[in-house]
Design a protein around this ligand. Structure first.
Ligand code: 13P
Length: 269
């Protein structure tokens, strides 16, 4: 069994998640995970104060799972997508059952790159959230607006609508994570300000409270994503409703990702 940290009761356990997107094959993945582990271990930072999760491509998952298990590396494993179906004639799709068998704990759902390049609608996203929950996976539900949408309807409207749709039929005791990733900040270097991130993350927590109750809202981690780097992570983590980060580009550079995980060491957080 891979070591999977459960979120602490009470204060939310910060989650730093690396979304590798379509990068690193399974051999590169082994080298990367080993190096990240050694770096964090040397820095005495595998102390459980931050949950670290990696989201490799599907073809790497079995290899990374075996490595985490064999070397007792305390990173959680996640996938980047899941089918809304459980099995059958769905060529190219991956069942949540398969991911659960690999000890995957998380699955990213509704990333803007899938909404944009694979035409994933709010209905598709909601179906995938249900599939993840059926198989005991923790969905990382991604929401966020484009620049045009922000100019047209303000900073929160699109994310609120996307989250409300994704939470349809989700029970109050479900374990899930929300990631606010403004599309204009993804891979652009144009990072949201901590205040902008807080405004939307706070609003999303209100949505969780309205739909699933205060307990769910207090327990659920809301992440920020979009050009997160070691130099800006601490400023996001100081915000009351930002519980971690979903990191793209910077999650592919060992020292940079390790420094993000160690954000508590940077400026008195
Ligand atoms: P970047 O960190 O490269 O901007 O990507 C963010 C992201 O999309 C994570 O899912």
């Amino acid at each position: 069994m891979a070591v999977n940290l459960r979120p602490a009761q009470g204060p939310r356990l910060p989650l730093i998640a690396g979304n590798w997107k379509m990068n690193l094959d399974h051999l590169q993945a082994v080298a990367f995970v080993q190096k990240l582990h050694w770096t964090l271990k040397d820095a005495k930072h595998e102390d459980g104060s931050v949950e670290v999760a990696v989201f490799p491509p599907f073809t790497d998952l079995r290899t990374v799972q075996t490595l985490l298990d064999a070397d007792k590396i305390p990173f959680a494993l996640g996938a980047q997508d899941v089918s809304a179906q459980d099995s059958g004639a769905y060529t190219g799709e991956i069942s949540g059952a398969f991911l659960a068998k690999l000890d995957a704990r998380y699955v990213i759902i509704g990333h803007s790159e899938r909404r944009q390049y694979h035409a994933e609608t709010d209905e598709v996203v909601a179906g995938k959230v249900q599939a993840a929950l059926r198989h005991g996976l923790v969905p990382v539900i991604c929401v966020g607006e484009t620049l045009e949408q922000r100019e047209e309807s303000g900073p929160t409207a699109v994310s609120v609508e996307q989250l409300e749709a994704a939470l349809a039929g989700v029970p109050a005791d479900a374990d899930f994570v929300v990631a606010y990733e403004p599309v204009w900040a993804i891979g652009t270097g144009q990072v949201a300000s901590p205040e902008q991130a807080q405004e939307v993350c706070g609003k999303l927590r209100e949505v969780i409270a309205e739909k699933l109750g205060q307990d769910a809202a207090s327990r659920t981690r809301v992440l920020y994503g979009g050009s997160v780097k070691s130099g800006n992570i601490a400023s996001f983590m100081r915000e009351p409703d930002v519980d971690g980060a979903l990191v793209g580009g910077a999650s592919l550079v060992v020292d940079e990702f390790a420094a993000i995980v160690r954000y508590q060491k940077h400026v008195g957080v």
